[in-house]
Write a protein that binds this ligand. Structure first.
Ligand SMILES: NC(=O)c1ccc[n+]([C@@H]2O[C@H](COP(=O)([O-])OP(=O)(O)OC[C@H]3O[C@@H](n4cnc5c(N)ncnc54)[C@H](O)[C@@H]3O)[C@@H](O)[C@H]2O)c1
Ligand SMILES: *[C@@H]1O[C@H](CO)[C@@H](O)[C@H](O)[C@H]1NC(C)=O
Ligand SMILES: *[C@@H]1O[C@H](CO)[C@@H](O)[C@H](O)[C@H]1NC(C)=O
Ligand SMILES: CC(=O)N[C@H]1CO[C@H](CO)[C@@H](O)[C@@H]1O
Length: 339
């Protein structure tokens, strides 16, 4: 390791929570070129808290031992001023986990402190064009706090991860229809990355027996689509924890790669994906000043919410419920910002 050498050497990519589970699956994919391009050198900045530095050293050793051609440097650190300097992309995975007996409010307060500080570090040290992806939970609200704490970086440059939920929904439909996941497109995750999220298939298309069918036509089981399908996607995280006794790290890492790659390279023509973005235009009746998961298309590193989709009452109710949850959480979090 020879310290950090600046921009010309490659994209500067920060991963926080770098000694954790998701990072362990994620770092290899980034370093081998799956996200920022097969010919794009990368410099990895790895932030974790001080007690985790010895573990992080092990991760660094393994990355070195992968002998990857694109990985130009690795900088493990517990210091924000080192981690956030000149960044092109920041993937904020680390956050305060819920501990036994911890009150909801105290957990939120601890996370507001972390994301306020990291937002301020982005403001102070990162490039103004930095792309910030927040993964650590509560991802939507943490993302909002980081964006608010970095006023000179456009709010559009902040997003939170709901791509895992999106991929789960896509895959559930694909398995039901007996087609590969790539034959299912345009599922939507609306709202918070929690059990109130609304996985919506009203605009989803399935490529089956040679033509593109509406999801309801392809699946031919409305009761499933309106019931168990939604519940399965909403509760998938809990189901993985129950089975594995650990959270979904491999699939989360894959989703992070999908999300960042699409920001970098764009979404395919005619397709949209889900991500948590800043709501500013009252799209679909979602209140302003939230990070809410919408269907988006990305081109030239800019996302746009897919507008004009027909929304029925069933959908609107579910979209409003998850918005209400986020508003409440935002108001509590913003009150902690001043403290
Ligand atoms: N949005 C999503 O779809 C999604 C999916 C899965 C997991 N998650 C969330 O991602 C987070 C990470 O999951 P994991 O399985 O890797 O957890 P983990 O506990 O294995 O790793 C988290 C790491 O973050 C570090 N950390 C804590 N506070 C930090 C700080 N202030 N700065 C830097 N690092 C810090 C910890 O020391 C730890 O090494 C959790 O909050 C989890 O709930 C989100
Ligand atoms: C929103 O989702 C996050 C992530 O799962 C969760 O931690 C949080 O509690 C949810 N918000 C509310 C108000 O329930
Ligand atoms: C549907 O899938 C088939 C392969 O099974 C492919 O040849 C075709 O181009 C696909 N159609 C669309 C519209 O994506
Ligand atoms: C999506 C995104 O990241 N958008 C913008 C981030 O900020 C720069 C300007 O600082 C814009 O050029 C990007 O389009």
């Amino acid at each position: 390791m020879n310290g950090k050498d600046g921009g010309e050497l490659g994209n500067l990519i920060l991963v926080t929570g770098a000694a954790g589970q998701i990072a362990y699956s994620l770092l290899f994919s980034i370093a081998k070129g799956d996200v920022f391009g097969k010919d794009q050198p990368v410099i990895l900045l790895l932030l974790d808290i001080t007690p985790m530095l010895p573990v992080l050293d092990g991760v660094v050793m393994e990355l070195q031992d992968c002998a990857l051609p694109l990985l130009r440097d690795i900088v493990p650190t517990d210091k924000e001023e080192v981690a956030f300097k000149d960044l092109d992309a920041a993937i904020l995975v680390g956050s305060m986990p819920r501990k036994e007996g911890m009150e909801r409010k105290d957990l939120l307060k601890a996370n507001v402190a972390i994301f306020k500080s990291q937002g301020a570090a982005l403001e102070k040290y990162a490039k103004k064009t930095v792309k910030v992806l927040v993964v650590g939970n509560p991802a939507n609200t943490n993302c909002l706090i980081a964006a608010k704490s970095a006023p000179s970086i456009p709010k559009e440059n902040f997003s939170c991860l709901t791509r895992l939920d999106h991929n789960r929904a896509r895959s559930q439909v694909a398995m039901r229809c007996g087609v590969p996941a790539t034959h299912v497109k345009n599922v939507i995750i609306w709202g918070n990355h929690s059990s109130t999220q609304y996985p919506d298939v009203h605009h989803c298309l399935v490529n089956m027996s040679g033509s593109e069918l509406a999801c309801f036509e392809a699946v031919k089981d409305d009761a499933w689509l309106k019931g168990d399908f939604i519940a399965t996607v909403q509760q998938r995280g809990a189901a993985v924890i129950k089975a594995r006794k650990l959270s979904s790290a491999m699939s989360a890492a894959k989703a992070i790669c999908d999300h960042m790659r699409d920001i970098w390279s764009g979404t395919p023509e005619g397709e949209f994906i889900s991500m948590g973005v800043y709501s500013s235009a009252n799209s679909y009746g979602v209140p302003e000043d939230l990070i809410y998961s919408f269907p988006v298309q990305i081109k030239d590193k800019n996302w746009k919410i897919v507008e004009g989709l027909a929304i029925n009452d069933f959908s609107q109710m579910k979209m409003d419920a998850t918005a209400a949850e986020l508003m409440e959480e935002r108001d509590t979090a913003v009150a902690f910002l001043g403290v």
